[in-house]
Write a protein that binds this ligand. Structure first.
Ligand code: FAD
Length: 467
């Protein structure tokens, strides 16, 4: 078996090797071993966000009557702490791959030369009739004149920064942009977010996006509905982004020290050439799979980010790996189950969501069939104690069935609070009733979740779809 990508695909390959003693496998990765989540994604970014949370707590200390007279961010130390956590893990994975007696570890990019044959950078040919494509994805970089010459960071390179940029522009308005905006502003950078979409976090429920934009917008300059037409400045000089006049504002030039591009993710298919192997991709290059994660070429499967779609998250890649593990190792072929893929955005305030947004629920079920519950953190004891002024839980439930259709949380610990709702989505009927009936600890933050469900009511006629 061959795994291309050393993230979630490797767990399938490990299981397969255990079940087939004496066989050989290859793990191929053009980058540091361990996959994007560990090397330049979830884990390093959350180590940085943890530092941002400490800084924000100190910044807010005065609100609680705690005076902090002298404090400063030691940026190199923040970055070093992150590396102290991930680097040994990356090294350990590399060592175990290099020393495994039944695995050939190929540290470099490979491409298909035929259906089951790959070429390594040294020109060697590897053949297998069982191949897992766990390619991940890469930062999408828009074609903006002057950007390449001026130089820019992406989520692939930002973790190597050693010096805090005093002024930083972040291009993009999705979750990676929102997380880095929180991090760098908490560290002390002057951050400007330039997003083409008029909404920050455009995939979230509109009320949640607005809440984040309002709150983050106090610490970060948000230029939304704007796209730079050019960037000037080379090397170490300041970079100037030209923004034409538009619905989002008048013409202006934004001068910064660094530009971080976070404008979405692209497929890595152009490097792999799946077409030479008879593997179909969609027009954007994402590998096409059926519900069993089988590609158009028998014996070749794809999982995780490589297949595109809305759920490019590590927990989804792990779910895919589990589906393939049961199919390939135990012969229990089953479909993927994406009916309730939750996600979180670790910005400030934190966001977590599952299921349909309000506009989606109205479009799919009709306003008369949807109940909406909404509760603010500050109206619970714990939310008030935390000073969570803008926290909000919004839940959508079917009228007759009490089936949970969607849930959206913005505020402290949103990702933790959401999970009790997600769990109900994995129970037959997906009913909200257990949440209404279960005794909730007082005064814990979860009370805000229960009260959102207790406040379920029909939408007032004529209310806007977003609220
Ligand atoms: C900044 C950032 C923050 C994130 N935060 C979160 C988060 O908080 N929570 C969350 O759930 N998800 C998060 N993600 C997403 C998460 O990292 C991905 O969904 C996950 O890593 C995908 O796993 P995978 O197994 O599909 O691919 P991975 O194994 O992670 O990556 C595939 C590897 O294959 C390599 N590869 C591709 N093509 C070839 C080739 N032809 N030859 C050799 N090697 C190749 C790639 O370079 C890559 O190293 C984040 C991502 C980023 C960028």
């Amino acid at each position: 078996m061959i795994a291309i990508g050393s993230g979630s695909a490797v767990s399938v390959l490990d299981g397969w090797l255990r079940a087939h003693p004496g066989s050989r496998a290859a793990v191929i990765d053009k980058d540091a071993p361990g996959g994007i989540c560990l090397t330049r994604g979830c884990i390093p970014s959350k180590l940085l966000i943890a530092a941002a949370e400490v800084a924000r707590t100190v910044q807010r200390a005065g609100e609680f009557g705690v005076s902090v007279t002298a404090w400063q961010v030691d940026f190199p130390k923040v970055m070093e702490r992150m590396h102290q956590h991930i680097d040994p893990e990356i090294r350990a994975i590399g060592e175990s791959l290099r020393h495994a007696s039944d695995i050939d570890y190929v540290p470099g990019p490979v491409e298909f030369t035929g259906p089951y044959t790959l070429r390594t950078p040294s020109g060697e040919s590897i053949h297998s009739e069982r191949i897992l494509l766990g390619l991940g994805s890469e930062p999408h970089v828009p074609a903006i004149p002057g950007l390449a010459e001026a130089g820019y960071l992406t989520s692939d390179t930002v973790f190597s920064l050693r010096r805090l940029p005093p002024r930083l522009a972040i291009l993009g308005g999705g979750y990676i942009a929102a997380e880095f905006a929180h991090f760098f502003s908490a560290m002390g950078s002057q951050v400007t977010v330039v997003g083409r979409n008029p909404r920050l976090l455009p995939n979230e429920d509109p009320e949640i996006s607005e809440t984040v934009a309002r709150s983050l917008g106090r610490r970060v300059r948000l230029l939304l509905g704007r796209a730079p037409t050019g960037v000037s400045g080379e090397g170490r000089r300041a970079k100037r982004l030209s923004l034409p006049a538009g619905a989002g504002g008048r013409e202006e030039v934004v001068e910064v020290d660094e530009v971080l591009v976070a404008t979405g993710r692209s497929s890595l298919s152009p490097l792999l050439h799946p077409e030479r192997a008879g593997i179909r991709t969609d027009p954007a290059g994402w590998i096409q799979v059926n519900e069993y994660l089988e590609t158009s070429q028998p014996g070749i499967w794809a999982l995780g980010d490589a297949t595109g779609g809305h759920h490019q998250f590590k927990h989804r890649a792990n779910h895919d790996a589990e589906v393939l593990y049961w199919a390939l190792v135990h012969g229990r072929r089953g479909p993927v189950d994406y009916h309730a893929v939750p996600h979180a955005v670790f910005t400030d305030p934190e966001v977590a969501s599952v299921g349909l947004t309000l506009p989606e629920a109205l479009a799919r079920h009709g306003a008369e069939n949807v109940l909406v519950g909404r509760y603010e953190y500050k109206d619970t004891a714990k939310g008030e104690a935390l000073g969570a002024e803008e926290g909000l839980v919004k839940v959508l439930v079917g009228v007759q069935t009490m089936e949970i259709l969607g849930a959206h949380i913005v505020g402290p610990q949103a990702s933790v609070l959401l999970q009790e709702i997600v769990n109900l989505l994995y129970v037959p009927g997906r009913s909200a009733r257990p949440l209404l009936e279960a005794m909730h600890i007082h005064p814990a933050l979860n009370e805000v979740v229960q009260r959102a469900f207790l406040s379920l009511r029909p939408l007032p006629s004529g209310s806007s779809a977003g609220h």
